[in-house]
Design a binder for this molecule. Structure first.
Ligand SMILES: Cc1cc2nc3c(=O)[nH]c(=O)nc-3n(C[C@H](O)[C@H](O)[C@H](O)COP(=O)(O)OP(=O)(O)OC[C@H]3O[C@@H](n4cnc5c(N)ncnc54)[C@H](O)[C@@H]3O)c2cc1C
Length: 454
């Protein structure tokens, strides 16, 4: 993020200036190219002087009055490394893994070796101590450079469900126990959805009953991705019956559960796509968990899990962006070559315009998702942006893959061209992690202020 402004003021030390100082010392000097809007900012951080004393590097203006879209050195490195990995594990690799229903052991190993499982984990636990923004960059680059949904999937299961939940709400001993292991590749999953509750998490029936320093847990979860391999699960349970809870959003609690466990049966569900990873039913019978495995405060699980669900939405928006860009890239390559009449098919507006339209919408959704991640990393409310980005990204990605398939004609239906796989993948993102309808309901209610629809 670098914006250079030349000015006559020579500042010896980087310092924080307030509006008053801005007015008296800086305003009115010969700033070149300083947008008018900057004059209204409340605080300017002058973090660094650059080589020429007349030049001031303005790195950040609180209130977001000046935007700078350039990535810093570390962020560029993340994108470069992720892109290189994706080129080694491109569409052919995923075609095979999907066809054989095989977990991508070597891909996961490379992600871990390159520090991607530890992106958000503090350095003292072996991670890189970055934020959701960097996670999104990694996911987008992996997805768009060749991995499709797989570029997001495995990081979401382990680094969002596992790491972020523990970083945000774990106590010191939980952090010490799990975070170094996750940095080294321990896999995680999230046990949230239930057969009867579905989208309505507050109707969770899996119960955790305290008994002699332990909790006894019984219940059933469905669609739990990665539960067949994970060594850890964030499990959502009911600890206070809804009729006794003082508020409908109270009464749920989270637990850190070690897997495999004899009290937990995991049964894979055959599914439409993403067959390089299993999604499972999970049956829990008299699972005994020590009290110290509770994550965060008892009965506050609904609020705690939002800190994981919003980043999960951002992750799947990044996937939609990445899959959409990948599909457009492949469609464009094909459309330049393929001739059935005199000119390449890409010269026909019926082929060109929908791809151009999808590209424009993807780039817009991408920015909204960046904003959601930026807010999250600053600890600010991000639900509105996370849901709006999800709506926009999946629509744009969906359009991109649909029109990529049209571009390929009959070949789009053949496994060999990969578009059909991305089609199966983008369709999931309309259903999960939040359905398209429920994301819209969130925007209707919480952003537009319309009456709750359910
Ligand atoms: C491949 C896959 C992987 C998954 N991985 C995980 C995982 O790892 N962990 C996990 O916990 N869950 C996971 N899920 C579950 C996923 O998050 C849920 O499937 C999703 O939230 C929808 O729940 P449901 O399927 O029960 O649909 P339902 O809640 O039954 O909804 C059915 C339909 O009704 C609509 N609907 C319901 N209520 C309303 C309303 N009030 N207004 C408007 N429309 C409404 C929904 O939008 C949807 O279209 C996964 C799902 C899939 C398919």
């Amino acid at each position: 993020m670098r914006t250079f402004y030349s000015c006559e003021v020579i500042m010896q030390e980087p310092r924080v200036i307030d509006y008053q100082t801005w007015e008296t010392e800086l305003h009115g000097h010969d700033f070149q190219n300083v947008p008018k809007i900057a004059e209204t900012c409340a605080l300017v951080f002058m973090k660094e002087l650059i080589s020429e004393p007349e030049d001031i590097l303005v790195t950040e203006i609180l209130g977001g009055k000046i935007l700078d879209f350039e990535l810093n050195v570390e962020q560029k490195m993340i994108v470069e490394t992720a892109s290189e990995i994706a080129q080694d594990f491109g569409p052919e690799y995923w075609r095979e893994k999907d066809k054989k229903h095989e977990f991508p052991e070597d891909f996961w190993k490379v992600l871990v070796e390159n520090g991607f499982s530890g992106i958000v984990i503090p350095e003292k636990y072996g991670g890189s101590e970055m934020g959701m923004f960097e996670m999104i960059l990694a996911m987008e680059a992996l997805a768009s450079e060749g991995c499709g949904l797989a570029g997001t999937w495995f990081l979401c299961l382990t680094s969002v469900f596992g790491s972020l939940s523990i970083v945000k709400h774990g106590n010191d001993s939980q952090k010490e126990e799990y975070l170094p292991r996750i940095s080294k590749g321990m896999e995680f999953c999230l046990g949230l959805t239930e057969p009867d509750a579905g989208t309505n998490t507050l109707a969770t029936k899996t119960t955790a009953v305290p008994k002699g320093g332990e909790y006894v847990i019984n219940g059933e979860k469905i669609f739990i991705s990665g539960a067949d391999r994970a060594e850890g699960m964030i499990l959502i349970t009911r600890t206070t019956p809804s009729e006794k809870a003082p508020k409908r959003t109270l009464g749920l609690s989270l637990f850190l559960v070690d897997l495999p466990n004899p009290a937990i049966e995991v049964v894979p569900i055959e599914k439409h796509g993403i067959n390089y990873s299993k999604t499972c039913e999970v049956f829990i019978s008299d699972l005994r968990i020590p009290e110290e495995k509770m994550l965060g405060e008892r009965d506050k699980g609904w609020y705690l899990i939002l800190d994981t669900l919003n980043p999960e939405r951002m992750s799947f928006s990044a996937a939609s962006v990445g899959i959409g860009l990948l599909a457009i890239k492949k469609a464009v390559e094909y459309a330049k070559e393929r001739k059935v009449f005199r000119n390449p098919i890409g010269s026909h507006q019926a082929i060109q315009f929908p791809l151009a339209d999808a590209k424009a919408k993807i780039e817009a959704a991408r920015l909204l998702n960046y904003r959601a991640a930026w807010l999250y990393d600053k600890g600010q409310p991000c639900g509105a942006e996370a849901n709006m980005a999800k709506v926009a990204a999946v629509e744009a990605g969906f359009q991109a893959v649909y029109h990529a398939m049209q571009t390929f004609g009959g070949y789009g239906y053949a496994l060999e061209y990969d578009v059909e796989r991305w089609w199966r993948e983008i369709n999931l993102i309309r259903l999960a992690p939040i359905t398209h309808q429920m994301a819209l309901a969130f925007v209707g209610e919480h952003v537009l202020g319309l009456p709750k629809s359910y």
